[in-house]
Design a protein around this ligand. Structure first.
Ligand code: WQD
Length: 346
């Protein structure tokens, strides 16, 4: 491959793991990140794993002129993986305009620059949240997109539509939307992982922070759902498996002339796990007893969501390999590494 791959949000959780996977496949990576929900230390973490420091530009993609300047400086970008976005469901309800501006204006400015190029490829970080509570499980890509339950989810739906409309008119542009289920865990070196910025909204970081003593107790949001043990079901996919899927999708765009201009893939393990199954799996994987209680349901939670992975398996030639215990063991190893660093810094 000749050109560079731009990874926006490349110092974030999924972004940093994808940069590692790209570099290990020989891609030349440049990262854009505005450090609003990440840390420059992640660049060193990536380098410790791959022994190659990606180029880095601290840019806020909401600044249209900065995006234009970037593409005038880097004229050899052959692919973009676009992670940079705000992603907290609850925050998006409180502050919708922050989400519509950050998640959509940035995408538009990126696409405006890519549309000027003779050939361009973009992979869009989307989410299973676009399905809402799907009528059928496991969820296929053809499953209807439903009215989003949050502005965050709406920005993913609108983002996909913006890309579809742009691909129809921008001759050389090809795109893939990847709908993630629930990304968890960390690179097995524990050099990178999900940064503990603020109170964790997601289940697994809350579990590991409770186990290490940062949080008093995990609240299990509801055990009266119509599932086997009464708790919600999700598809927890290891972040490195997710990263490898991005490399497979990028390779399809770069190498497969027959690939359509626009495609969508669900990225999950294909296996659903309940909240209590995750708790039990964590206790097994870590050897720690977890302090939790059953609490009221959380507004907006769907009962169950897990992926039909047939299309990604068959078309991308990709399959998630990591089981839940191993994924949670990697999350626990990362949590202990974070604590070690915090103790050293005191
Ligand atoms: C999982 C399950 C909770 C915390 C969201 C977004 C999705 C993606 C991942 C960004 C649910 C339960 C959680 C806790 C709990 N976001 N839970 N106690 O809501 O499936 O997905 O995050 O990329 O787009 O929609 O993930 O980890 O918040 O919740 O019982 O303290 O764990 O009720 O059933 P979710 P989650």
């Amino acid at each position: 491959m000749s050109g560079k791959i731009l990874v926006t949000g490349g110092l974030g959780f999924i972004g940093s793991h994808t940069v590692v996977a790209l570099q290990q496949k020989g891609f030349d990576v440049v990262i854009i990140d505005n450090l609003s929900n990440s840390s420059i230390d992640v660049l060193a973490g990536i380098t410790r794993i791959t022994e190659k420091t990606p180029e880095f530009e601290k840019i806020d993609l909401r600044e249209k002129s900065s995006v234009k300047d970037f593409f005038e400086k880097y004229t050899d970008i052959e692919g973009v993986i676009h992670f940079a976005a705000s992603k907290a469901v609850g925050e998006s309800v409180q502050n919708p305009l922050l989400y519509y501006e950050n998640n959509l204006a940035s995408l538009v400015y990126l696409l405006q620059e890519l549309s000027k190029k003779e050939k361009a490829n973009i992979i869009f970080s989307s989410s299973c949240t676009v399905y809402g509570q799907a009528d059928e499980l496991p969820i296929k890509e053809e499953s209807p997109v439903k009215k989003a339950e949050s502005p965050y989810g709406n920005t993913k739906q609108i983002g996909e539509e913006i890309i579809i409309d742009t691909c129809k008119v921008a001759e050389g542009l090809k795109a893939i939307s990847l709908r993630y289920f629930n990304p968890i865990g960390a690179h097995d070196s524990a050099e990178i992982g999900e940064l503990p910025l603020g109170t964790p909204q997601n289940l697994v970081p809350f579990i590991t922070q409770t186990a290490i003593g940062k949080r008093e107790q995990l609240s299990v949001f509801g055990d009266d759902y119509p599932t086997e043990d009464g708790t919600c079901i999700r598809d927890y996919i290891h972040v490195m498996d997710l990263a490898e899927a991005h490399v497979a999708a990028l390779t399809r765009l770069l190498e497969n002339k027959e690939a359509p201009n626009y495609e969508v893939f669900n990225l999950g393990t294909g296996k659903g796990s309940s909240v209590l199954e995750v708790v039990n799996s964590f206790e097994r994987a870590s050897g720690e007893k977890l302090n939790y209680k059953i609490a009221p349901r959380r507004e907006g939670d769907v009962i169950a969501a897990y992926a039909d992975t047939t299309k990604a398996n068959d078309v991308l030639g990709w399959k998630a390999e990591t089981n839940l215990d191993t994924s949670l063991a990697s999350a626990w190893k990362w949590e202990r590494k974070v604590q070690e660093k915090e103790t050293e810094q005191r």
